[in-house]
Design a protein around this ligand. Structure first.
Ligand code: 5RP
Length: 257
């Protein structure tokens, strides 16, 4: 890995802890005005400075994020279908040149293993990695889960391993039972997506479990920005991921208004 790639990755994954708390706010790229992201500037601006990295589309970055913010950015570069269509029908929507112009520290795209367009999304990942490596840009592969797929260690392990084999520099996937098996069989860092909003204590417990089982942190959205105390939740997740805080300690941090 060359200097540029290592330097960018170290802006996303803290080299001191080997972990990251990424704030995912890209949901609108297929869901439109998602709950919590409708009034993006008002709701998300107070959270950005607490995040290790912001996972976002170019459109929201350009229109709704203060360029003076120092938080590193990982840019979602895939898309195409909306929530009304075939979600696996994604292509690359944002060029590497644009990612560099926007000063991104990384780029991310989804692969749809087991879905109709798995082959195209996986070969798109291969092409993107090839191009990104020419410029020292890390690629995050997101193992999107089709409606009919079971979120278990066998399936998510398959998807993460394929992403790494194709060359992704880090991978985002969902939590599942025996999550350690997913991490064990994936040679690059695995970060956990939060999934649908669940009660705060459960989200904190899931984070603690994932980290204990080898996750390199989280790229979490709804369980932070849809919480009744998003900044508190952000701080609580950070305490677990970077400081090894217990779930009870983290819940106390979240509860402070
Ligand atoms: C959507 C994504 C999201 O960034 C990812 O799912 C994380 O967000 P959440 O914690 O809300 O699931 O990649 O496709």
């Amino acid at each position: 890995m060359d200097y540029g790639m290592k330097n960018r990755l170290s802006r996303i994954i803290n080299p001191k802890t080997g972990k990251t708390v990424m704030l995912a706010v890209d949901h609108g790229y297929f869901q439109g005005p998602t709950t919590g992201l409708k009034d993006f500037k008002k709701n998300i601006s107070p959270l950005i400075l607490h995040a290790d990295c912001l996972f976002i589309t170019r459109g929201m970055l350009r229109t709704s994020v203060d360029p003076a913010f120092s938080t590193p950015v990982c840019l979602r570069v895939s898309g195409g279908p909306s929530i009304l269509g075939d979600l696996s029908n994604e292509d690359i929507t944002t060029s590497l040149e644009e990612a560099i112009r926007l000063n991104a520290s990384g780029i991310g795209m989804s692969i749809f293993v087991g879905a109709k367009n798995e082959d195209r999304t996986i070969s798109n990942l291969g092409r993107l990695v090839g191009e990104a490596e020419r410029y020292g840009m890390p690629v995050l592969a997101i193992t999107a889960v089709g409606r009919d797929m079971v979120r278990d260690a066998r399936y998510l392990g398959l998807a993460c391993r394929i992403a790494a084999e194709i060359g992704a520099h880090f991978v985002k996937t969902y939590y599942c039972e025996d999550f350690f098996k997913v991490v064990e069989s994936c040679p690059v860092p695995v970060v956990m997506a939060g999934g649908k909003k669940i009660p705060e204590k459960e989200a904190l417990q899931m984070t603690a479990n994932a980290v204990k089982e080898g996750a390199s942190g989280v790229d979490m959205g709804r369980n932070i920005f849809q919480s009744d105390n998003p900044v508190g939740m952000m701080k609580a997740i950070k305490a677990i991921v970077h400081k090894g805080a217990s779930v009870d300690e983290a819940f106390e941090i979240y509860s402070k208004k």
